[in-house]
Design a binder for this molecule. Structure first.
Ligand code: PLP
Length: 401
């Protein structure tokens, strides 16, 4: 058909495009440090033992393949919310948190954007961190929101620009939306301290801004999912106008299952009921209802005391290997003679090392050494392992020397 002939090639995705280039390169020893997915020390994808055990239990019982309700599986949603907000969360007990199961964190962010676009005054801007996960910007623009940036990373020190963030909260028109990463900020690995979170929270409250917390790495910052929920629970306690996008892709290793939630904290149960009805109105014409298999797995893990205990250990194990790779990378860099100051990488947290390498250096790593990473200098630490660490460190030394 003629109109198809006029369609131009779309641009590749900044991150997934690199994954494709990696696959197409057949050089032996190539290294993929681009995509934020966990790998074990042999460089292989990893299914958490607790997750595998939960799935086996599910299958042995005989999983039904029925539709979920529009909002998702109620049991899963309640457990997922408790995982984020805490087992004793009063707002949950009061029934004033409206929530739907989503297509992972991306789907949750997209629904949040649609919800804001429908119900906040036209022209309300959403502020995202500079830098942020690139998809945030596309998601929110497609939802019809104006996207602006707040200062987050101090590029001189590669540390947290706390003053810049506070100034931008203050300067934004009252009633704007602030999208914050709940923990393990992507791509910088720079998180506020508890004290800084309190100050940020107060500044946002004073200006009457709305908050969307994006929680894609609960458990990946400290290894303890409870500790990593600090900002979520603080913002809930402080009475913010709060939405939470929750993903189980990374912390449960359920990337392809697409499991998550979007929740909206309301003043009372009646308001939550109305909000839920509107979330369902957004979901139904978009994808009708979410997939069930991954949600049933999370439900099984979180509802069974023994599996849940095992899960917390599994999650700590992932975070531990990532933390070890962070330290060993810095040690290896020193060992191959790098005199560059890598202390910022040591202070970062979560899945990534934000190295401060320029786009030209990243290109050189890819072209000369077949090491793939995003051009902002971000390294996905689980892509490192005993087998490639020395090679990667000497290549980084070579391009940064
Ligand atoms: N938010 C952030 C900050 C992320 O880094 C990611 C994934 O990389 C997501 C959301 C969404 O991931 P998913 O849709 O796989 O849950």
């Amino acid at each position: 058909s003629a109109y198809l002939d006029t369609i131009e090639q779309g641009p590749p995705d900044a991150i997934l495009g690199i994954a494709q280039a990696f696959r197409e390169n057949n050089r032996p020893g190539k290294v993929n440090l681009a995509v934020g997915a966990y790998r074990d020390d042999a460089g292989l994808p990893f299914v958490l033992p607790s997750v595998a055990a939960a799935e086996a239990r599910l299958l042995s019982r005989g999983e039904k393949k029925e539709y979920a309700p529009i909002e998702g599986l109620p049991g899963f949603i309640q457990l997922a919310l408790k995982f984020a907000y805490g087992d004793d969360c009063a707002a949950l007990k009061e029934g004033r948190i409206a929530a739907v199961q989503t297509l992972s964190g991306t789907g949750a962010c997209r629904l949040a954007g649609e919800f804001y676009a429908r119900f906040l005054p036209k022209g309300t801007a959403i502020y995202v961190s500079d830098p942020t996960w690139g998809n945030h910007i596309n998601i929110m623009q497609l939802a019809g929101l104006e996207v602006r940036k707040y200062r987050y990373l101090d590029r001189a020190t590669q540390g947290f620009d706390f003053e810049g963030l506070l100034a931008d909260i203050e300067a934004a028109p009252a009633g704007s939306i602030f999208l914050l990463h709940a923990c393990a900020h992507n791509p910088t690995g720079v998180d506020p301290s508890s004290e800084q979170w309190r100050t940020v929270s107060n500044a946002i409250l004073r200006k009457g801004h709305h908050v969307l917390l994006d929680c894609a790495y609960q458990g990946f910052a400290s290894g303890d999912a409870e500790a990593d929920a600090f900002a979520i629970r603080l913002f809930l306690d402080e009475g913010h106008s709060l939405l939470l996008a929750q993903s189980f892709a990374k912390n449960f290793g359920l990337y392809g299952e697409r499991v998550g939630t979007l929740s909206v904290v309301c003043a009372d149960a009646a308001s939550a009921g109305r909000v839920l009805s509107q979330l369902k109105c957004i979901v139904r014409p978009m994808y009708s209802s979410p997939p069930i298999h991954g949600a049933l797995i999370v439900n099984e893990v979180l509802s069974n005391a023994e599996l849940r205990r095992q899960y917390y250990g599994d999650c700590a194990g992932l975070a531990d290997r990532i933390g070890t790779m962070r330290l060993r990378l810095i040690e290896e860099l020193a060992a191959v003679g790098s005199t560059h100051d890598w202390s910022h990488v040591k202070n970062q947290i979560g899945m990534f090392a934000f190295t401060g390498m320029t786009a030209a250096m990243c290109d050189e790593l890819t072209e000369r050494h077949a090491i793939y990473l995003t051009r902002d200098g971000r390294i996905s630490l689980p892509g490192l392992n005993s087998g490639n660490l020395a090679f990667v460190a000497s290549a980084i030394h070579e391009v940064t020397n």
